[in-house]
Design a protein around this ligand. Structure first.
Ligand SMILES: [Zn+2]
Length: 262
């Protein structure tokens, strides 16, 4: 494939052109059809200026998105319509990422027309959430762990706040429809979850527990196990012959926080 050699096309779409593009986006009935509709309609509109269309591209030649520019407000109107339409399938985040390299680039033109089309909420009415019973136990354990941190270190402690804010964020992500409305949740360790979304996206909500270190000083960098024994975690770790002082008590809840991993 070679890139089509042509003069750059840089212009605002007319209100009628932009409306027609958004209408085709709205009419798409699947993620694949949506991608084809937006790319086809945007480039057919711009290629018409030089008497071409995506269907009549010269043999073996490919469009170079860098040869096309549209106003940023119109670019946002198009990707906004794509996001709205894709909300039905939870594929908006992936599509938006793909579209950045496929749509024309942008320039600023505050006078470019942007039709005031009402935004439609296309998300399904219900989020279907399937949680295995082991994952139900993890969710209960996560909440209990946050409460244990509050009683060990105090409700206003860094340990409690860090865990509780990240736990709430993790639960909220679990309950979102951004990646589809059919979410399956499995256990992935005592305090961690693995999530599959309706759009085929998989992510983990993983608890990262703090490492208990020695804070007695003397240059000691030992880690302290739950039974109180000191270990050299790395070959360069220094285990000093002294009474080690753990960075958090042996019998206390382990500080840490949840984070999202895709
Ligand atoms: Zn020590």
């Amino acid at each position: 494939m070679t890139l089509l050699a042509m003069d750059p096309v840089r212009r605002a779409l007319t209100a009628a052109e932009l409306t027609a593009i958004i209408d085709r986006v709205d009419a798409a009935d699947s993620t694949g059809a949506l991608l084809a509709a937006v790319i086809g309609s945007v480039y057919d509109t711009l290629l018409a200026d030089i008497g071409l269309s995506t269907a009549t591209m010269p043999e073996g030649q490919q469009l170079d998105p860098r040869q096309f520019q549209i106003p940023s407000t119109q670019w946002q109107a198009i990707t906004g319509a794509v996001m709205d339409r894709a909300a039905a399938w939870g594929t908006g985040p992936q599509l938006t990422r793909d579209l950045i390299g496929m749509l024309p680039s942008i320039y600023e033109d505050p006078t470019a027309p942007v039709p005031d089309t009402p935004r439609t909420d296309r998300r399904p009415d219900l989020l279907e959430l399937h949680i295995t019973r082991e994952a139900v136990d993890v969710i209960a354990a996560g909440t209990a762990h946050v409460q244990a941190l509050a009683s060990c270190y105090g409700p206003a402690s860094e340990q409690h706040l860090q865990a509780s804010t990240s736990w709430v964020a993790a639960l909220s992500r679990l309950l979102s429809m951004g990646f589809g409305a059919d979410t399956r949740v499995r256990r992935d360790g005592n305090l961690s979850l693995l999530v599959n979304t309706g759009s085929g996206f998989t992510f983990g909500l993983i608890f990262h527990g703090a490492t208990r270190r020695c804070i007695a000083g003397d240059g000691c960098t030992a880690t302290i196990a739950d039974d109180g024994t000191a270990h050299a975690l790395y070959s360069a770790s220094v285990v000093v012959e002294h009474e080690h002082q753990p960075s958090f008590p042996l019998d206390a809840a382990r500080p840490g926080s949840w984070s999202f991993h895709s």
